[in-house]
Ligand binder design. Structure first.
Ligand SMILES: [Zn+2]
Length: 111
């Protein structure tokens, strides 16, 4: 099934024809460009990876909240030390994922 990309907002639509108007920005169908086979394959291949990265982001944000709760709980210094390490790991990894997703978007591995 062909992929169509809205040239106004980047919304990707899958279907035999472009939609009458963009579901996201309302642009008319003339604003949709059909992706080449190579472009479409790049989008389709990267979707699973991008979704997994986003799932990891959700889990890391949960880890951040848990680490914060452990720090507040403050049972003893070893607990707080572990929680600070968890927090540092989560923050750094979140930023690594964000940077990676940005490169995916720039390389057409998105949509
Ligand atoms: Zn649009």
């Amino acid at each position: 099934m062909p992929l169509w990309k809205c040239q106004v907002c980047g919304f990707v639509y899958e279907g035999p024809q472009p939609p009458d108007k963009c579901p996201k920005c309302g642009a008319p169908k003339e604003q949709f460009k059909q992706l080449s086979d190579q472009e479409a394959q790049l989008v389709l291949r990267s979707r699973k990876t991008n979704y997994l990265h986003m799932k990891a982001l959700t889990l890391l944000r949960e880890l951040l909240a848990v680490a914060e709760e452990i720090i507040q709980d403050n049972l003893d210094p070893p607990c707080v030390k572990i929680a600070n390490e968890e927090k540092e790991f989560a923050l750094t990894t979140i930023q690594k994922i964000m940077a990676e997703l940005e490169t995916h978007m720039k390389k057409g591995k998105w949509g």
